[in-house]
Design a protein. Structure first.
Length: 345
């Protein structure tokens, strides 16, 4: 993948504006924690690992911005930076994972000069960025072994390079399988209401000449019933300790269908997306987004003014429906509490 979802340029964080893809390809520059939090909230950047990387850079940017202030101002400003970033989106645990990692570094170096603290935080953000790509490639290699040559793989939302620092989780598995010489084709659910499948997954696959067929979400059952799907691979925003998987709204529906048709349902998931502090999917906070995303798209509104709307952005797939989790430590068949606890040693 030649495009960089996030990049560090001239002391600023630049992120591809994913709201306007594929019609336009533009970067937006960020120079503070609150501007990065805004970019996460309004989905300039989205996808659990990419949100985590953005938040880490948000912390570093704030430290750089405040480095010439007094010790007290610097550290109270940093505390506010963490708070504003933590509030940006609730479901993807990678956000909190990355912030916790940045906080731990801050605590270790906080007695040093502000400029040194800022440099150390920036180094850590760069490391989280680079590590995410390495992890995706390792995960991709494990996942590729699960896909037979010629597999037609259905995916939901966008768990590609755009949702991560690069390569992708679910699309990383597909990329690795293709790189290993397998002939893989992708069926991309459009992913109502924000259209991550139609706009982002389809774009990523077309860029790399990986055959991709776009369907609307309500066609998945038809495709499975007619024998046109060999496997499902999706990403996730948070996996609970018992193996329940929160992912983009509609994933649960796909998992039920896959189960009904005896099609394997795989979830590509770095360890940073597993939250051992939540016992099951019922405890995962589910983001509710603006009704405008459901009543229309961009400037076009198609639903009646005044209609009541629900817009939960994620749903939970029970662990029983998950054939396997693909992690950087290997494949966990039928995940449960015992197997996930073992993963963390
Ligand atoms: O609302 P989004 O676009 O941030 O949701 C993204 C997803 O649901 C992805 O599938 C998930 O974050 C995994 S990305 C590797």
């Amino acid at each position: 993948m030649k495009v960089e979802t996030l990049r560090w340029t001239d002391g600023k964080l630049e992120m591809i504006d994913q709201r306007i893809l594929p019609a336009a390809f533009e970067y937006i520059a960020y120079d503070s924690a609150s501007s990065v939090a805004g970019g996460i909230r309004n989905m300039v950047v989205r996808g659990a690992p990419a949100i985590g990387v953005a938040a880490a850079y948000g912390v570093a940017l704030e430290a750089l911005r405040l480095q010439d202030t007094s010790f007290l101002e610097f550290h109270s400003g940093m505390e506010q930076a963490f708070v504003v970033l933590e509030k940006s989106r609730p479901t993807a645990v990678n956000l909190f994972w990355a912030l916790q990692r940045m906080r731990a570094i801050w605590m270790v170096v906080r007695a040093r000069k502000n400029a040194e603290v800022a440099q150390r935080l920036l180094e850590e953000a760069h490391e989280i960025h680079a590590e995410d790509i390495r992890i995706n490639k390792t995960m991709g290699a494990f996942g590729a072994e699960l896909l037979p040559d010629g597999a037609r793989v259905l995916t939901h939302c966008n768990a590609g390079a755009l949702a991560t620092a690069g390569w992708g989780t679910a699309l990383g598995v597909i990329r690795s399988a293709v790189e290993a010489g397998k002939k893989i084709s992708v069926i991309a659910d459009e992913t109502r209401p924000f259209l991550q499948g139609a706009r982002l997954t389809a774009w990523e696959m077309v860029q790399e000449n990986i055959p991709v067929t776009l369907i609307t979400d309500n066609m998945a059952g038809f495709m499975m019933a007619t024998g046109e799907v060999d496997a499902v691979v999706v990403g996730t925003d948070r996996v609970a300790a018992n193996g329940d998987v929160a992912n983009k709204i509609g994933t649960y529906m796909v998992a039920v269908l896959a189960h009904a048709h005896s099609i394997p349902f795989y979830v590509a998931c770095p360890l940073s997306t597993i939250d051992m502090n939540v016992a099951n999917g019922g405890e995962i906070p589910i983001e509710e987004r603006s009704p405008d995303e459901v009543t229309g798209f961009r400037d076009c509104q198609w639903a009646a003014e005044g209609v009541q709307v629900r817009n939960p952005a994620f749903d939970v797939t029970p662990a029983e429906l998950v054939t396997a989790l693909i992690t950087e430590k290997g494949v966990v068949q039928q995940p449960d509490l015992e197997k996930l606890s073992t993963l963390f040693g």
